[in-house]
Design a protein around this ligand. Structure first.
Ligand code: ADP
Length: 201
């Protein structure tokens, strides 16, 4: 199955991507995670993208699209994938469609995690991650940057919701509630049971 997970920062995409991809037995591919790993590893790519991540701006398409294309060509993504954080704009979605078409593939479903903005700000400002045994705040989770990321989301990414709806690919998922409840709603929208197998109804 080829699935895209859409939703604002703080909607829980990363958490759900890991769980759902595990059930579907496909790789979860997170552009944000790939960028962050390169920044902390101080790779050539990391040095190029650090300023964008720190500012909460989108990394330029020529960097992001090439990276995703390479990742999707890897053997583990042949039979399916769950994309988290890509596409993040209409031009990126067009590039994705073309890259998949070259491989003879297309998307099966787009899941949009829906959370209201007050809840997003609350979640992001309280969010911490474990790095080298320490709980730290992601640089781009600082309040000013959070506001900017939400604005970038509204302007560049939110239009994808209507775009994929018009294509008949979108399922909107209420992403408020326990992690397990949100997962159950997502699996239902994908038409699979808790083991990732096609459900009877
Ligand atoms: P969140 O969804 O919480 O904002 P991500 O981990 O998905 O966090 O992304 C973090 C940062 O990585 C973004 O603010 C952006 O700088 C960069 N990034 C991730 N995905 C993309 C993308 N598809 N296009 C451009 N930049 C991206």
């Amino acid at each position: 199955m080829r699935v895209v997970l859409l939703g604002p920062p703080g909607a829980g995409k990363g958490t759900q991507a890991q769980i759902i991809a595990g059930k579907l037995n496909v790789p979860a591919i997170s552009t944000g995670d790939i960028f962050r790993a390169n920044v902390s590893g101080k790779t050539e790519l990391g040095l190029k993208v650090k300023e964008y991540l720190d500012a909460g701006d989108l990394v330029p398409d020529e960097i992001t699209v090439a990276m995703v294309k390479d990742r999707l060509a890897e053997p583990d993504a042949k039979a399916g994938f769950l994309l988290d954080g890509f596409p993040r704009s209409i031009p990126q979605s067009e590039q994705l469609r073309e890259s998949l078409a070259e491989l003879g593939h297309s998307l099966d479903r787009v899941l949009e995690l829906v959370v209201d903005e007050d809840e997003l700000v609350r979640r992001l400002s309280g969010r911490r991650m474990l790095v080298d045994g320490e709980m730290i705040q992601r640089d781009d989770d600082k309040p000013e940057t959070v506001r900017h990321r939400l604005q970038v989301y509204r302007e560049q990414t939110e239009p994808l919701s209507g775009f994929y709806e018009a294509a008949g690919l979108l399922s909107r998922i209420d992403a408020i509630g326990e992690v397990e409840e949100v997962t159950a709603r997502a699996l239902k929208a994908l038409g699979v049971d808790d083991a990732g197998q096609p459900s009877a109804d």
